[in-house]
Write a protein that binds this ligand. Sequence first.
Ligand SMILES: C[S@@+](CC[C@H](N)C(=O)[O-])C[C@H]1O[C@@H](n2cnc3c(N)ncnc32)[C@H](O)[C@@H]1O
Length: 458
Amino acid sequence: MATVHPDPVPGLVITVTGEDLDLRGNGIARWQNWVIVVPFLLPGEVARVQLQQRKRSQWFARRTESLLPATDSRRPPCILANDCGGCTLQHLEDASQESWKHRQLQKSLLKIGGLDRPIDPLITSQGTPLGYRNRALIPLHRDTEGKLRMGYYRRGSHRIVNLNQCPVLDPRLDALLEPIKRDLQDAGWPADADLHSGDGLRHLGLRLGVRSGDILLTLISSTDQLEGLRTLAQQWCERWPQVKGVTLNLQPQRNNRVLGDSTQVLCGDGQIEERFAGVSLLLGTTTFFQVNTLQAEAAVQRLCSWLTERAGPTSVIDAYCGIGTIALPLAKQGHSVLGLELHQASVDQARLNAARNHLETATFQAGDVKAHLADALPQHQALVVDPPRKGLDPDVIAQILACPPQWMAYLSCDPATLSRDLKQLTQVEGPYDVEALHPVDFFPQTTHLECLTLLSRR
Ligand SMILES: C[S@@+](CC[C@H](N)C(=O)[O-])C[C@H]1O[C@@H](n2cnc3c(N)ncnc32)[C@H](O)[C@@H]1O
């Protein structure tokens, strides 16, 4: 006799088996013809879950009882992992996180990009699945009783999960969290990352040069009217010799941008050094730099050696170049490189970094890639792109297809947009063959994945 299932309604408790994870790290299961989304459910786990809310063909549910845990589940290394929205996969063993990421990329390439080809093994985090982040921007809030809360937002909310430690942060930064929080508590300044309760502190910024050991601290505030600010900055520089500078970044706008346009040095230097892929880079308060130095270096070194093997010293455009993280190691290997970048402060920094390393063959142009690429392409043999998550603009793709350089490397932080763009660059009339797809684990304990794709013209 066929089983009669009750109609799904909020409150109904059912038994499901986890099949997969979504991009927020939630478990995905199926029941009748519904997709059931359950926080913390792992693939292979059998659990009783209570339906909560329906969105189109999905039901969101809460786990009430785990009947059979997944064999690769674990106690999260961070005691706040179940609340804090910073990490999403801490409850899954590292090796299983890695194999899920690899499968996820494969699926995305096939489903979105129509690419059915083997991908290289994941470049794993080389024994540092924790303690890898060289930077943090942490929201602050002083509650009505005057207690300072510091931490990332709870999943799906703007409520701060108060922390004193963060195990994915490099231990040299992690060790400063608690004493800095205590000092900010004692300073008594108002704090509200969202500015709902008026002007004051918004975020604490910490940045480390992993190789130099230098640290830059930043207070991000809507106002510079904070009594005793410079004195506290001075104390931090004196107390911790590794703190080379403390800056104040002003972000007075009521929006969700973390960093504003204006930065003042309160004490010491406004920049710290990082040694990266054979070059010395200066990093400031607002400039972009990959948060995982060792993994970024593995990707950039792979890119540099591939291009040098294939093309010898050649002419390269590094589009979306930031402070020259890829352009300068390429120049160091004898390539002549034109970097294109929107953010003027990053371009200034890239030029300073080129001069600092005596790399005259690296030049930089400020502006939108789509405004400059078409003019530059005919004079270059190779193109590197490292765009933000949204991937390549259709105009940029059109310009590449109109004048494709012999070699192309695409460093992506979003498998979906990478797959979409590769479809155009490689399929049917696309000019490129994929030589290699290297997924690189830049962000252990989260679902995020970086991928380096190496392409050559047919
Ligand atoms: C993912 S980061 C990569 C930076 C650099 N390649 C690195 O690894 O440090 C993307 C960079 O693209 C820049 N950017 C974003 N949109 C842009 C555009 N339309 N034209 C030029 N640069 C852009 C951002 O300012 C940022 O520096």
